[in-house]
Design a protein around this ligand. Structure first.
Ligand code: SAM
Length: 427
């Protein structure tokens, strides 16, 4: 190992892998190739050859291009740049939008087959739907929040792909116009570490500079930084959130997921008086989606580990008399429930609907185990990582839950990310 690092090799790219890289083989070994498209033959520079089972490479030129190849939507990430200087965060920007969605579909299906062991299932016919307006905008102008980094020379920009090296860029085409305009790309921020640029509803964008060296305290591990409140609107409803707290990134994602959850919840299985849950509830977006679908008297609790988000959820859910928000880690919350519930509580919980929208790592074994013990009537799983979702799904399937429907949305055009919403019920 080490002898091929930096050398250029010819590769035939046959497939796409989770993470948005192409898959090729070199002397029988898997090589993950950035900036290529399945079906292409490319010249690529080996960038990592220290792993026993796979290597990595970066495309430097294309010998036989895919019919889906397009000029990159972001010059700062284009093939014409040296791989080390290509901006990260737009790894599908050289592929036409419908084909990006086809590749995302393939990754979802592959994950479901490999990790959830689904075969012969209607979920394997899933399509990845565009968000309304994205095709007309060529998939640009959707990012409502951007995290930039600052190097020791004060240069502000994104990291280069797969690195922690700051790249100077003149523009941010995936960002909304307000976020792009507010981003301090041509400033030197000496002493700063990073910059968050956040859309502020209809009032433009905010810039939050993180500069621990200048006296700003880095929050202790596990404690999210505290910011000022902003207001986001979804349909007729307003949500207050902390500027540094979680909110869906695509400017139409909150509305898209609200609609998906509302449509996919199975009405016949929904009991508005049952102890319904919105796990990983953030500021109450999906709790409100459920309440708006089934009525202001719907009983539902949002469970969220960030205390500031829970505080905002309490405020955002004030129209719903029986909606509550608690600060807790989901694993601990469910564990405590299982320890303290009576057999009558168990019976009631079996009528409950649970929305679950975990971070990229997924819900994980312990949370899924608790859900299997609790046996809710239906689970609506909102997934931002197909592999983590498929792992959780495999455990749920083995525990007696069946995937009833699956939809997917391209909430992150020109990146490899994709969102899926699945409904499960006991078999
Ligand atoms: C993908 S976001 C979803 C938030 C919300 N459903 C929405 O759509 O706005 C995941 C949320 O889970 C929270 N979170 C992360 N780990 C958690 C845990 N172990 N227990 C509870 N909440 C957690 C994060 O703070 C974040 O708000």
């Amino acid at each position: 190992m080490g002898e091929l690092l930096g050398t250029t090799v010819e590769l035939e790219v046959t497939n796409v892998a989770h993470g948005g890289v192409g898959v090729a083989r070199l002397d029988g070994r898997v090589v993950f190739v950035a900036d290529a498209i399945p079906g292409e033959t490319v010249l690529a520079r080996i960038s990592a050859d220290d792993h026993a089972s796979f290597w990595r490479a970066e495309t430097t030129s294309v010998i036989d291009p895919s019919p889906h190849r397009r000029p990159h939507v972001w010059q700062s990430a284009a093939l014409e740049r040296d791989p080390d200087a290509r901006a990260g965060g737009a790894e599908f920007g050289h592929i036409d939008l419908p084909w990006q969605r086809e590749l995302k579909r393939q990754v979802i299906v592959d994950s479901l087959q490999r990790f959830a062991k689904l075969t012969d299932h209607t979920a394997l016919d899933v399509v990845v739907e565009p968000v309304a307006g994205d095709d007309a905008a060529n998939g640009l102008g959707w990012r409502s929040r951007v995290s930039l980094h600052v190097d020791s020379d004060g240069i502000v920009g994104p990291y280069a792909a797969r690195s922690h090296r700051v790249v100077a860029v003149p523009d941010l085409p995936l960002a909304t116009p307000a976020v792009e305009y507010a981003s301090p790309l041509d400033e030197r921020l000496f002493g700063a570490e990073s910059v968050d640029v956040i859309s502020d509803g209809r009032r433009g964008a905010r810039v939050v500079v993180h500069a621990p060296a200048a006296g700003e305290r880095t929050p202790p591990a596990g404690k999210p930084p505290v910011g000022k409140p902003i207001v986001e609107r979804v349909g007729e409803r307003e949500f207050r959130l902390d500027e540094l707290g979680f909110w869906q990134v695509h400017h139409r994602a909150a509305a898209t997921l609200t609609g998906a959850v509302q449509r996919q919840l199975i009405e016949q299985l929904f009991d508005a008086d049952a102890p319904n849950l919105d796990l990983y509830g953030g500021v109450g977006l999906l709790t409100a989606a459920v309440g708006d679908r089934f009525g202001a008297g719907t009983r539902i609790e949002s469970v969220e580990s960030d205390a500031r988000a829970t505080e905002n959820a309490g405020f955002n859910l004030r129209d719903f008399a029986k909606a509550t928000a608690v600060t807790a880690r989901v694993d601990r919350y469910l564990g405590q429930m299982l320890r303290t519930m009576t057999s009558a509580d168990r019976g009631r919980f079996e009528r409950a609907s649970v929305v679950i929208d975990p971070p990229r790592s997924g819900a994980g074994k312990q949370v899924v185990k608790s859900l299997l013990e609790l046996r809710p009537a239906q689970l609506v799983y909102v997934a931002c990582d197909p592999v983590a979702f498929a792992r959780d799904l495999g455990q749920l399937d083995a525990g007696g839950y069946e995937l009833r429907s699956l939809t997917a949305f391209d909430l992150f055009p020109h990146t490899h990310h994709v969102e899926a919403v699945g409904v499960l019920t006991p078999r």
